[in-house]
Design a protein around this ligand. Structure first.
Ligand code: PAF
Length: 279
């Protein structure tokens, strides 16, 4: 496996490659990322992973500075997973001039759910992913379903800009108690870690109630929010949406998704459960 820190090295290594499979990451890799690399391997060759903590997608006061940078350990995991190339640029390499040209996702995706609580976040994600796509020029790119709204933003980016890239979604990996694997889990203290699977349990409870025929979606989500608050969480949102559009569910919705974001102390966790509409 080769590791590149510059755009020039990356372009030289990838020149003439038509079947590249790409896994963009911010590093601090866990088994969920490894599973995305393994999925990428089934879709193309060579497999390229990027490691870049993107300042554009962090708001003021968010965890950009404290986000764990663990390049050596990440490279060991990527090599073991069969990754061919790692692109790990510094901020000045990817943003040599201020990135005043940005990709702005549609309001309905950018300013809803996580976007409502993290203004500018999805523009930052779309902008860096568009840059990385231009550099890597993959045929396939793999994103995790845990970042469900991000996945839809990327699908919309690819569709609206006619990018010749197939987007493949990887399953969310979970610990035995249901907690979705996330780099941010490392921030949790011992008692928070015990509490953390409650988010997934509440989302799954909403999904189960809808599947069992309950139709008052807002009451279900409000009850989940209330229970989380009573257990000490600060809840950003729990919402039920159409899984294809993230709009409110309608009779035409084939799949639904319950999404949640909530804080345990200073750690913000997100998760989602998607399922076939019972309608
Ligand atoms: O999901 C992530 O880790 C990041 O948002 C991504 C897609 C690598 C863009 O920085």
């Amino acid at each position: 496996m080769q590791v590149f820190h510059t755009v020039a090295e990356l372009r030289t290594a990838l020149a003439g490659q038509a079947g590249t499979a790409f896994v963009p990451t911010m590093g601090n890799l866990h088994a969920g990322h490894v599973s995305l690399v393994e999925l990428a391997k089934r879709h193309g060759q060579p497999v390229v992973a990027s490691i870049f903590v993107n300042p554009l997608q962090f708001g003021a006061g968010e965890d950009f500075e404290r986000y764990p940078r663990t390049l050596d350990a990440d490279c060991e995991k990527l090599a073991a997973a069969g990754c061919d190339f790692v692109f790990a640029p510094g901020v000045a390499e990817l943003y040599p001039v201020p990135q005043t040209f940005t990709a702005q996702p549609p309001d309905s995706l950018a300013n809803d759910l996580c976007g409502a609580f993290r203004p500018g976040h999805f523009s930052g994600v779309a902008t860096v992913v568009l840059k990385l796509f231009n550099l890597v020029q993959p045929r396939v790119a793999v994103f995790g379903r845990k970042d469900f709204q991000q996945l839809l933003v990327i699908r919309e980016l690819v569709q609206q800009f006619n990018l010749p890239i197939e987007i493949v979604a990887g399953a969310t990996l979970r610990d035995a108690d249901g907690l979705a694997l996330s780099s941010r889990n490392a921030y949790l203290g011992a008692s928070e870690r015990i509490q953390a699977p409650a988010l997934q349990r509440e989302l799954a409870a909403v999904a189960a109630a809808v599947q069992a025929g309950e139709r008052d979606f807002e009451a279900l989500c409000a009850a989940a929010r209330r229970r989380l608050k009573m257990a000490g969480w600060r809840v950003d949102y729990v919402a039920l949406r159409d899984a294809a559009t993230l709009q409110a569910p309608s009779s035409a919705s084939a799949r639904l998704v319950v999404l949640g974001a909530a804080w345990l102390g200073s750690t913000r966790l997100i998760d989602n459960v998607d399922f076939s509409s019972p309608a």
